[in-house]
Design a binder for this molecule. Sequence first.
Ligand SMILES: Nc1ncnc2c1ncn2[C@@H]1O[C@H](COP(=O)(O)OP(=O)(O)OP(=O)(O)O)[C@@H](O)[C@H]1O
Ligand SMILES: [Mg+2]
Length: 392
Amino acid sequence: MKGTYCILDDEKDFLIVAEKEFKKYLPDMNGVFTTDSDDAIDLARKDDPVIFIIDIVLGGKTGMEIFQRLSAVSKKVRAIFITGDENFINDDNVRNQILLEGSVDLMEKPIKWHELAIKVKNNMQLLLYQCNLEEIIAERTQQLIHADRLATVGTMVSSIVHEISSPLTFIKANQEMCRYAYDKVKKMTDDKEVLSVFDTLILPSVEESMNGIGWIEELLHSFRRFYRRDDTASEVNFSELFAEVKNLTSYNIRHNNINFSVEISKSAPKKIICKKQELIQVITNIVNNAVDAFEETVGMKGQKELKIVVSGDDFMTNVVISNNGPAIPKDVFERMFEPFFTTKKAEKGTGLGLAISRQILKFMGGTIYVENKSEKHPTVDFIITIPKTYNA
Ligand SMILES: Nc1ncnc2c1ncn2[C@@H]1O[C@H](COP(=O)(O)OP(=O)(O)OP(=O)(O)O)[C@@H](O)[C@H]1O
Ligand SMILES: [Mg+2]
């Protein structure tokens, strides 16, 4: 067992016997034998788990005073007090006081070494368990704070969507005003130069702006739908669903020159009953993960391909999302569905995407698994199965 014990006693002969006995009964643990309380303090400062076995009377100080100092230095220390002093042994008040002061046990000299070794071992086990739990709690607390921050980002995005919508309305109205002005000018003049300024400069810019506005509006719609809580299952049409996935990911796809295709096979159900936004969330995450994988690959040769194929029958729908980017490294492959596991920079990935996707699909009675790229298999495939109907 890992962990350290430290015997602090001012009798040198006692320490020599203690060392011999403890090496016999606790051969795997690290032992420190000392008459000097400063050695004990130095050991506690390392902040590793230590069980101290302390004589109640130590030169000018009491064992309890020393233990108080040790506890002030580290929370990972425990004490078993020992004494050969008849006054302590027979005084119940002192015994109670010692246990109340925070020691885990009290033993009398002459020591039964085997019994003391078992007590050290048991208390070390408890201490290690407690330290481990505290680390897990600290880590989970950080994760919760992070998740909370993400929820705030979600709220911010919905208010940004709202803020963009208002100016967009009058930008659009102004473009329409330009078209209206042109119609008016055409009726007022047949001056070729004036009309040509409209035809070659103003109107093409207006058309381009209107396309851009339409595109922003589509994006805002997708964002709105994405952030709206969609708690009820409904009939979802696959073509519509993938159109939204494309909207939400279009910038990343174009920016990385990826060829993105969706193929819905004849056998596939055209519609399924599910919570649309949740399924969009699952597929969008897988698509964005593939984009990130392409982005991180330096000098990839050939066309980047991202393909979604939907197939299935009357009972089950299969969605396979494949990319021809790099194979997933073995250590990542083994952990990628764990909550908060990510290989991305803090501002880019939270490591929740696949863990949430698996939860969502599990709730639908479906599954998600990955087939990695290998010599025999040219793509990384995320395979999703969804029952045609489920008890939503
Ligand atoms: N197509 C892929 N190719 C290579 N690695 C991938 C792929 N998809 C996922 N991964 C790996 O799995 C990890 C976990 O993915 P997951 O979607 O759960 O979290 P994330 O993308 O890191 O963060 P986010 O919460 O923003 O989705 C990624 O960080 C990445 O290392
Ligand atoms: Mg992700």
